[in-house]
Structures are given as C-alpha cells and as structure tokens.
Design a protein around this ligand. Structure first.
Ligand SMILES: Cc1cc2nc3c(=O)[nH]c(=O)nc-3n(C[C@H](O)[C@H](O)[C@H](O)COP(=O)(O)O)c2cc1C
Length: 338
C-alpha cells in the first residue's frame, strides 16, 4: 500500500476513535440512556475482565495460587469496604456474588492443599464468615480506637524524612552478608505494610548480596549499584493486574509506596539507600540493556510476569551527601502556578 494511503488510514482511525469517545461521553450524560449504555458496556467491554464478575470453579482453577490469592484479597477488600461506604444493602446481589466467588477460590486453594494458615487467607475467611453480619462481626469486632490528633508530632517526623539522602558512596566497613539479609527482610516487612490498589499486594523482591549477582547489572546500572553491599530488586506481579482486568497504571504507584517504606526503615537503622530506576523504559531503551536484563532474569530465575521496577542499593554510607534543595511549599501549591 502506498505511504500516503497508510497515513490517511491512520488519520481516519484516529479521528474515528476520538469521535466514538466523544459520542460515548455524551451518551453517558443522558439519564434515560444510562441503563441501556451500561448493558452495552457490560456485554462488550466487561467481558474482557470477566474475573471481576461472575466466575465458575473451572475458570478459577486455571489460575495460579498467587493469582487466586490476589483475587481473593481484592474481592475481600471490596466486600469489607461496602460497610464504610454503606452500600452492602443497596448492592447486595453484587457483593453476594463476590462472596460466592470467595467460596470457590477457597475450594480451589484447598483442593491444592494450600496452607490454610496463610495470613491473608485467614483475614479473607474472617470477612467471608462474617458476611451476613459484617459490620458487627468483622468491622466492629476488629477495629481499634484512633489515636489523639496532635499536629505537634509532625515536625520531628519531617526532620527524620528530611535527613534521608540518596547515598551512592559506601563505607569500607560494612555489616556481614547475613546481617544485610536480615535488614533486607525488615525492609520487606516494612514494604508489605504499604497500601496497594485493591489490596493486591503484588510486590516481589530479590535480595542480592553476592558480588557475582550484582555484577549482572554492570553496564545497565551505575557503579554505586554494583558496589553496594546490599541490592534489593523490586518487581511487581503483573498477573494480578491483568487477571483483574484493571488498568496497569497503579502498578508503579503501588510499587513506589512500598519502596519508600523500605527506604525509610533502612534510614531509621542508620543505613544509606539509593533508589535506582529499573523499569521497562530503561531496559527497552537500547538493545544492550535488553540483553543484560534477559541474562539477569535468566540467571536469577525471575519469571516473565514480574515487571521490573527498581534496584534499591543499601549500605553504610561513607558520608551523607549535601542536601539537594527542595522547592518552597508556596511554589508547590497549584493556586500559585504561573
Ligand atoms: C523513582 C526514582 C528513581 C530513581 N532512580 C535513580 C537512579 O537510577 N540512579 C540514581 O543515582 N538515583 C536515582 N534516584 C534518586 C534521585 O536522584 C534522588 O532521590 C534525588 O536526586 C533527590 O536526592 P535525595 O534523595 O538525596 O533527596 C531515583 C529516585 C526515585 C524516586
């Protein structure tokens, strides 16, 4: 096909798409068309993400344990939230079907002898068993009183945050590898308490303390990564987002929230940390990077469904670098944008 025709085709398709979006947005605003519109969306769009709707045992049985658990956490979280938004009664049938889905997920997991004492499994079951009296039997029973509001507590914490620096030069004296493994576990413990969209908990970590493991990153990451006593690779399980038919954008937000908690725990323990970008854009930016990453994942058994996000370099700093200035609060307020 001649080049001009291909170009016309692209322009035509682009125009069609924006026209359709326009029509779609207008239709959404006409009240008596809403039920009709919803039906169409349900039929043609939601089908792609059927796992958010009704599912059969056989469909669930095709998922891995990790995917089932993520779906379980997501649906349990949505059921729990109905109490806070007061929608359980008005949308009862939707949440009843989620409850039914949870029952099927437990059946699949139990058929695989999945350990019944896994903590998110136990939490989900509490919600499941309390479903008919969720407010009293789950929410009230497990809630605690909030602390006293006290804004005087903020400055000390802000000073702590302010003293954190990105460290890229390491002291000659460092704790042992086993001590670093231990602190890595504490950092991951902090990470797992970060919020995630829909309570998916999709983070996956790899602790690297051996020089030959760190060497795998030479030529793709800077020297302070290769020379750091401890590296933690942070990846996200993309299946949890795909299987739920959700937009993948929150994957990076979920990762960032967890990484910051890891960084702060290390900072609290007197360690220096540098958060290093290690996502698809960097890896895909040149052929050499793709080869290095492929070798890295192959040697360290990182599955394909793990999206790379960051490499967290940690160790005792040689010195704390100068504080890079931050903008004034006034300049961060949108009202003052120029
Ligand atoms: C998402 C993200 C990616 C980053 N990637 C890198 C990196 O690849 N290499 C690096 O040296 N620093 C990296 N940093 C650290 C920033 O350069 C650093 O936070 C910034 O310069 C401010 O300095 P401070 O952390 O000492 O306050 C990254 C920080 C974030 C939040």
């Amino acid at each position: 096909m001649p080049k001009e025709k291909i170009l016309y085709l692209f322009v035509f398709l682009f125009y069609q798409r924006s026209l359709m979006m326009n029509i779609k947005n207008r239709l959404k605003k006409i009240p008596f068309l809403v039920p009709f519109y919803r039906k169409i969306i349900h039929k043609y769009v939601k089908r792609k993400s059927h796992l958010t709707g009704k599912v059969t045992y056989d469909e669930l049985a095709k998922l891995s344990d990790d995917e089932l658990l993520s779906l379980m956490r997501h649906e349990s979280h949505r059921i729990e939230k109905t109490i806070y938004n007061n929608i359980l009664q008005s949308k009862y049938s939707i949440y009843r079907s989620k409850w039914h889905k949870l029952g099927l997920i437990y059946q699949v997991l139990e058929s695989r002898n999945y350990p019944s004492n896994e903590s998110t499994f136990l939490w989900s079951k509490k919600i499941y068993h309390a479903f008919d009296n969720l407010e009293q039997d789950f929410v009230q029973k497990n809630s605690i009183l909030p602390p006293q509001f006290n804004s005087d507590l903020a400055p000390e914490f802000i000073d702590f945050l302010r003293a954190r620096r990105s460290v890229r030069v390491w002291s000659a004296e460092q704790p042992s590898k086993s001590e670093f493994r231990q602190i890595a576990h504490q950092m991951i413990d902090a990470a797992k308490w970060a919020p995630t969209s829909g309570n998916r908990q999709p983070w996956r970590f790899l602790i690297l303390v051996e020089p030959e493991q760190k060497e795998l990153l030479r030529e793709i990451k800077e020297n302070h990564c290769i020379s750091a006593p401890l590296l933690i690779f942070v990846g996200m399980d993309t299946r949890f987002y795909g299987a739920l038919g959700k937009s993948e954008r929150s994957i990076y937000i979920d990762a960032g929230a967890a990484i910051m908690q890891m960084v702060l725990v290390a900072h609290k323990c007197g360690l220096g940390v540098c958060w290093n970008h290690f996502a698809d854009d960097l890896i895909g930016s040149r052929e050499a990077n793709k080869t290095i990453y492929s070798n890295f994942t192959h040697k360290l058994n990182i599955p394909k469904y793990i999206a790379p996000i960051a490499i967290i370099a940690t160790g005792i700093p040689k010195f704390i670098p100068p504080e890079p200035a931050r903008m004034e609060i006034e300049n961060l307020l949108i009202d003052n944008c120029t």
